[in-house]
Design a protein around this ligand. Structure first.
Ligand SMILES: [Zn+2]
Length: 621
């Protein structure tokens, strides 16, 4: 079957790059909702500086009693609220056009003020923690104003478990200067000092293979030999320095071991999870249950091999689209689809979303100097703002759905929580954004009339699950096994690390992949391993949580579904008022149970079946 015929050229041209002044206002965010002018910003900045000084002056007062503690907490809230507006007004203006030096200077001025603020508040934790917890608990009972801060204050005491005495902390702070060295050296070796290889493509041109080029070839070049040559050349760069990468990574592992042992944690994993109070069983369950659920992943890749019509199927064949289809999705069209897609969450939720779309909260199009990528900025006391670089592609639509999920979380959390708990942790943050994308996919699948579009949508969703779930769990497994090497006093060599990685690849992909020797060293080029160990698993837990929520929102009786909606909205309204695990448990998600991970496996299984059907239907035409 020939699936690679191009779709009809019905596609509208992508929006061209315009000067910011030429883009109509309704496609640009309105920052006057934060401050009416730079003069107003300046006044708020000055006010903030005065308040920071006042906070520093409270040092030495806490032990005097409940009223003093309350005063400090309330002033800290005041400062925090003002900080959001002062920071984002300058920060968002800067992102409109980063070439503007005057705005950049104002933005840096706020950063300098932040450094002052952090010095001015450094006294608080040690002074509070010198007061016995029982005393502070009594104060919270006696002084009603303090009650709201109970979770925040008690959590400071919980975190205290692993804080050392003054001498110990001083020593650790001196040692911390070395802690970024392995990652800095990794960046220098893999980016600043790297010599990009050149390769000759079958179509003729010789190109310099940067990471961006490499990714682009894997995602767009339909010639397998070109993809193979790119893979080979790109990984040879790392293979040439593989022992250096292993010793840098050993530096990361030894640092984490030093940190966890000096603070009295049982393991490096315990140390990484303590901040959010996550039990290690969550990560262990995630890894075990995912490994037991790799069949749909393999099925997807076997299907890809068949559709692509290749003799052998390699890791570099996994990103190429199954069909050519470049339909454009103009921004105006998706305005109605997006609120429609979240109908299962209720009319109020939809109304918030319509508001966000209509009230100039979004900076839609690219312009010269604008920051790249996309984000949702939670400007407390105003509303969330979203930055996009919308280019009418399917990716751009899903990015909008994603950022809208974050923004809805911000709206509900800010409306229902006191300031101190309005911010949510990364452990929960990607749940609403992922769920928003899931709803949007369902909506788009339901309205798609073309098999080709259906295939593109399904591949988008499946690749999302592979990238944010399976790959991230594989990474987490690798990090855990590597850290265990040093915890158990075993040597760390490039061969040993490559064995761990290769065994994992085989455990996940089984016979669905033809393995290349160079795949063994993939670990050496993953920046997260060096920069933020034990971090990426959170993408996977968020994904699993959304899959579980989605399952509950869309199955069972009407009453079950209504209860699931309530629970989910409560999660969004809860902000950071508790640790992530209890918050998720109240939403019906228990990450320590295999069923939660199973929800992702089932979801992928269903999507692969739909993809098989869509491909079958297209082949018949
Ligand atoms: Zn996100």
């Amino acid at each position: 079957m020939d699936l690679l015929l191009s779709a009809e050229a019905a596609a509208a041209a992508a929006p061209e790059l315009r000067d910011r002044a030429d883009i109509p206002d309704r496609f640009k965010w309105n920052l006057n909702d934060i401050f009416a002018s730079w003069e107003a910003w300046r006044q708020a900045y000055d006010e903030l500086e005065i308040k920071i000084g006042a906070y520093a002056a409270l040092q030495g007062t806490l032990a005097q009693g409940a009223a003093r503690l309350l005063a400090a907490m309330q002033l800290s809230d005041d400062i925090g609220q003002l900080t959001y507006r002062v920071w984002y007004f300058a920060g968002l203006k800067y992102d409109e056009d980063q070439r503007d030096n005057q705005i950049n200077a104002r933005r840096q001025q706020v950063q300098i003020l932040f450094a002052k603020a952090s010095q001015a508040s450094a006294w608080f934790n040690p002074e509070l923690l010198a007061i016995p917890l029982t005393t502070v608990q009594q104060w919270m009972t006696d002084e009603p104003g303090l009650a709201v801060y109970r979770f925040a204050l008690e959590d400071l005491y919980r975190q205290q478990e692993h804080v050392l005495d003054e001498k110990g902390e001083h020593l650790l702070s001196l040692a911390s200067r070395f802690s970024s060295a392995p990652n800095d050296a990794y960046s220098a070796l893999s980016t600043a000092d790297v010599k990009h290889p050149t390769i000759k493509l079958s179509s003729g041109p010789e190109i310099t293979l940067t990471y961006g080029q490499y990714r682009a070839i894997l995602a767009t070049n339909r010639n397998q030999a070109d993809r193979a040559a790119s893979f080979e050349a790109y990984h040879q760069v790392f293979a040439a320095n593989i022992n250096t990468y292993a010793s840098l990574y050993n530096g990361v592992l030894q640092r984490d071991l030093f940190h966890s042992q000096s603070r009295g944690y049982r393991t490096t994993l315990d140390a990484a999870l303590h901040g959010n109070n996550i039990p290690p069983a969550v990560v262990e369950n995630l890894i075990e249950s995912t490994k037991a659920g790799t069949e749909p992943l393999r099925r997807y890749h076997r299907l890809r091999k068949r559709v692509l019509g290749v003799e052998t199927y390699h890791s570099y064949d996994a990103a190429i689209p199954l069909v050519d289809f470049d339909r454009k999705y103009p921004y105006e069209h998706v305005q109605e689809w997006l609120p429609a897609s979240v109908a299962p969450l209720g009319a109020e939720y939809q109304a918030h979303m319509r508001d966000a779309l209509a009230s100039r909260w979004i900076d839609v199009y690219e312009n010269p100097g604008k920051r790249s990528g996309a984000y949702s900025a939670p400007v407390y006391g105003v509303h969330p703002y979203m930055l996009l670089n919308y280019n009418d592609t399917l990716d751009a639509v899903f990015t909008l759905a994603h950022e809208m999920g974050h923004s809805m979380h911000t709206i509900l959390s800010n409306a229902h929580q006191p300031f101190v708990y309005s911010a949510y942790t990364i452990f929960i943050a990607e749940v609403p954004s992922t769920l928003s994308e899931m709803f949007f996919l369902d909506h788009m699948l339901a309205r798609a009339t073309d098999d080709r579009e259906r295939i593109v949508l399904l591949q988008h969703a499946i690749d999302g699950i592979v990238g944010t779930f399976y790959t991230q769990v594989l990474f987490a497994d690798y990090e855990l096994q590597a850290h265990r090497l040093v915890e158990e006093g075993r040597p760390v060599t490039s061969d040993g690390l490559s064995d761990i990685y290769f065994n994992l690849l085989q455990a996940y992909y089984g016979d669905a992949l033809d393995y290349d020797e160079l795949s063994r060293i993939t670990w050496s080029r993953i920046p997260h391993f060096y920069s933020t160990p034990y971090y990426v698993y959170q993408y996977a837990t968020c994904y699993a949580s959304s899959a579980q929520v989605m399952k509950q929102l869309t199955s069972g009786s009407e009453a079950d579904r209504a209860a699931a909606i309530e629970r989910y909205l409560t999660l969004l309204k809860s902000g950071g008022s508790d640790h992530p695990m209890p918050l998720l448990q109240r939403a019906g998600v228990d990450l320590s149970r295999p069923e939660t991970v199973r929800a992702v496996v089932d979801q992928l299984d269903g999507l692969v079946t739909q993809l098989e059907n869509a491909i079958g239907a297209l082949a018949k035409v």
